[in-house]
Design a protein around this ligand. Structure first.
Ligand SMILES: Nc1ncnc2c1ncn2[C@@H]1O[C@H](COP(=O)(O)OP(=O)(O)OP(=O)(O)O)[C@@H](O)[C@H]1O
Length: 323
């Protein structure tokens, strides 16, 4: 569906060149659900805007849905849906009428546009609000309407730029339910951007991590965690004086890496926490070291980002919000 090679885009801002996207290679197959994950300013929107032909690349090439983004932008546009960060709806028409207008804009006949409006209203559960004006909808309903606009011409490939940003948790879950439904029932290929780690983790089957305009990791969330962050176990000792001995025992167990002592806690990196924990407990017990608590941690995607960049994505997002 998407093949991009060394796709790059710079901006000139106050006589300075910003390299927003740098030599990105990307292949997305039909039916995939891919999340582009990265902090604000990483280059996600710029990448999406190039793939949707809204912005020409400075260098590199890409085909999207079989058409070249530079030499055949009209071919690309007729086969994709794009839902940007801003609302697409006007305020004058009612929801259903707006959808019909969109269909006409895409070249459908009047009856085909009305039929298609009915279909997307059903697909995105907008029946209750079909007679209302967009300005009266809740944030989540409004976002679903935006997605409906992106689907009016039945595209096999849908791009969503931060579909859930700014929504409350319930509306976010609701938008996701509908995105997953599109994928399941229509086989739509979906590429979306997000800076919510939990979303990328729970919903997308493939996560592409972007930082400073480059792809720095690409895989399933589980794979990225296994390869880049690894599990950890934490064992709390009844007697903190035993820390050094316990750390020595842990370090000798096969597969163990990075042993840290923090007060009465010993933290150890292991390939699989569920398997390593019983073994560590047995060895400590055999050495007469009493353990008062023990737990295993599966890494999060933030641990992956931290391992890759030395920064926490969650922390970076928080600082952006505060700034
Ligand atoms: N029109 C523009 N002119 C100058 N610089 C720009 C322009 N648009 C984006 N940039 C810069 O390019 C870089 C990438 O921005 P982009 O919006 O693609 O990132 P993003 O990952 O989508 O972030 P966000 O989540 O905030 O949308 C940033 O440094 C941004 O400031």
């Amino acid at each position: 569906m998407i093949h991009a090679r060394r796709l790059s885009r710079g901006y000139r801002h106050r006589a300075k060149e910003i390299e927003a996207v740098r030599e990105v290679d990307l292949d997305v197959a039909q039916g995939e659900l891919v999340a582009l994950l990265g902090p604000n300013g990483a280059g996600k929107s710029t990448l999406l805007r190039m793939l949707t032909t809204l912005l020409p690349p400075s260098a590199g090439s890409a085909t999207v849905a079989g058409h070249d983004i530079v030499t055949d932008p009209a071919g690309v546009r007729s086969r994709i849906g794009y839902v940007g960060q801003r609302n697409a709806a006007g305020e004058e028409q009612r929801v259903h009428d707006e959808l019909v207008l969109h269909g006409l804009w895409y070249g459908l006949s009047g009856s085909a546009a009305r039929r298609r409006a009915d279909e997307v209203v059903e697909l995105l559960d907008l029946g209750e609000v079909a007679g209302r004006k967009p300005g009266t909808l809740s944030g989540g309903q409004r976002r679903r309407l935006d997605i409906a606009f992106g689907m009016v011409h039945h595209p096999p490939l849908l791009f969503l730029d931060e579909p859930s940003t700014g929504l409350d948790p319930q509306s976010r879950a609701d938008v996701w339910r509908h995105v997953l439904r599109l994928r399941r029932e229509r086989g739509t290929t979906i590429v979306l951007t997000t800076h919510y780690l939990d979303e990328a983790d729970d919903m997308a089957e493939r996560v592409i991590v972007i930082d400073h305009g480059r792809v720095i990791a690409d895989g399933t969330a589980e794979r990225l965690k296994d390869d880049l962050a690894g599990d950890r176990i934490t064992v709390t000792l009844s007697d903190p004086e035993q820390g050094a001995r316990a750390a020595g025992i842990a370090a000798r167990i096969e597969g163990t890496g990075e042993v840290e002592i923090d007060g009465s806690d010993i933290r150890v990196r292991v390939p699989r926490a569920d398997r390593a924990l019983p073994r560590h407990l047995r060895e400590l017990e055999a050495a007469g070291i009493e353990v008062s608590a023990a737990r295993g941690h599966r890494p999060t995607l933030d641990d992956v980002f931290l391992a890759l960049t030395g920064r926490s994505l969650e922390e970076t997002n928080r600082q952006e919000v505060a700034a």
